[in-house]
Design a protein around this ligand. Sequence first.
Ligand SMILES: Cc1cc2nc3c(=O)[nH]c(=O)nc-3n(C[C@H](O)[C@H](O)[C@H](O)COP(=O)(O)O)c2cc1C
Length: 320
Amino acid sequence: MTSDQQRIDSFRQAAGRFASGVTVVTTALDGHLYGITATSFVSLSLNPLLVTVSINSHSPILDEIRASGVFAINVLGRHQQDVSACFARRGRGRSKERFDEVETHSEATGAPVVTGALSWFDCTVHTMLSGGDHIILVGEVVSAGGGTGQPLLYWSGEYRELSTAEEAEADIGRIADSLSIQLHLHGMRAEQLLEAQHAVEPAAAALAARAASDDQVAQLRDLVEESEKHVHDASRYNPLSLEFHARLGLLSGNPAIAASVGALNRPRESVYAVHTNAERATRAVEAHRRILQAIEDRDEDAARRLMTEHLGVVAQGMPC
Ligand SMILES: Cc1cc2nc3c(=O)[nH]c(=O)nc-3n(C[C@H](O)[C@H](O)[C@H](O)COP(=O)(O)O)c2cc1C
């Protein structure tokens, strides 16, 4: 193998390790529709609203986009792998038959928007830049939209989906967040918050000592170290300190514990925002360090006991 070929292969391999979503870039000209599957989408600028996508300079869609002056980028959902495959078929000229398989409608510019796409950007052509054997298409976004759902992903030469474990975690996070908003809106008193923390957080700390991965523990350490730098600045310290408590729920590996700890996030924010000063913050960081050490040592009993003690000390500073 030539060294050039080796470099190309290494480049391909390295680029293939970059995970991305999947889009279909579409345009319409004289009543005909065109589309090409592309993963090279990037959201570029907020002011003005710009996006880019890189298209092989031999692709006939570039002439159509040049002539029409408009295009849409359709972000595909997890169930649209067939749409991706359909527009990844090589084909010069007009692609009307492909659009017979895929339902579209128009929004602002008249470029076809794939019905059921996870999201879409309807664009006018801002610039077309040369980039080696590709053209970097820069679009000014006239209109954008979409719904909720899971994305179609592409990684290492294959279509992928978010795993069900990640999905479940995201669902639990959303439910816990809306519960925590409700608890906050209904007004949770400091003593009620502490009772609830006493009920779930020692268990979360103990389970985290058993279940957290080494990476997760390292991230927890970074969080504690970052919070220590800001003990004199409540506005920066508070969110980091609260994040420590919230993170333990997720590290427990138990969805019910994660949801219960997450449900306390907003009440925790409002109660502790009022009751922090530098001295209390310094003591809390020391307690967090001890709990972290127990988790690192995989010592479940110590993690549970240290969290209980920490909450006891926290309670002494509360007007309850
Ligand atoms: C997952 C995936 C991602 C792709 N991303 C791009 C891309 O970003 N840019 C590009 O020019 N082609 C990309 N392609 C290749 C084109 O979709 C494919 O070559 C298409 O058939 C070209 O059609 P054309 O002959 O009408 O240009 C991708 C293909 C797949 C399957």
